[in-house]
Design a protein around this ligand. Sequence first.
Ligand SMILES: N[C@@H](CCC(=O)N[C@@H](CS)C(=O)NCC(=O)O)C(=O)O
Length: 216
Amino acid sequence: MTTTLYGYWRSLAAFRVRAALNYKEVSFTEKIIDLSQGDQFSASYHELNPQHVIPLLEHQGKKITQSLAILEYIDQVWPTKPLLPKDPYEQAYLRSISQITIADTHPLVVPRVRNFLGKTYHQDEAGQTAWAQHWLNLGSLAIEERLLGEKLYGQFCLGDTLSLADLALASHVVGARIFKADLSHCPTLIRIVDRVLEIPSIGMSHPLKQPGAPKM
Ligand SMILES: N[C@@H](CCC(=O)N[C@@H](CS)C(=O)NCC(=O)O)C(=O)O
C-alpha cells in the first residue's frame, strides 16, 4: 500500500511532515499542490481535504490532515526512532512547544491570511511581510523563553533526542528566515534548529531544496 504526502515546496507544515517521513526512512511519494496556483481549491483536492490546506497524508487508504496529528500518526505507525518520549510530562512539554508555532504562530502567516490582508485591507507585499514578521518575532521570543525557562534542552528541545517539537521548531525558523523575521534574540532556538537541519534526512526535506523552490 502506498504512502502519499500532499505538499508544496514553500509549505512549512508539509516540511514538518516530509522531515518526519524522511527521518524515519518511510518510502513515500509527494504530490504537489501548488498553493501559488490555487490548487488547494481545486475540486479534486476539495474531495480530499475540504479545509483546502496541506499537508495531507494518505496511508493505506486512510487520509490524515493537520501536521501535528500526522506527525503523531507517523510516530505510531513507524515507531523506530520515536519522536515522543513515554513520560507524560515530557510529552506535554514537547507538544506545548510545538503548538506555539503550529497552533498559534504559523496560522497567522499562511497564504489565505496574507491574501485576505491584501484583498480586504489593501496591504501590499511589504505590509503583508511586516504582518508575518510581527507574529513570527513574537513566536520566536515565546519559544526562546520557554526553552530557557524549562531548561530541558540539550542538543534538541528535550535533551539530545530528536522529537516532534524539534521538527516544529525547524519549520518555524525556516519560515522566519524566508520572511526575514528577527531571530537575533533567540540563540537557543537557532542553535537547536541548526543542529536539527544538520541531520541529512531533515536537511534534504528543507523547503528550499524541494522542486519548484527559488534559489535564495
Ligand atoms: N494547522 C495546519 C496548517 C495547514 C496550513 O495552513 N497549510 C498551509 C501551507 S503551510 C496551506 O495549505 N495554506 C493554503 C492557504 O492558505 O490557502 C497544519 O499544521 O497542518
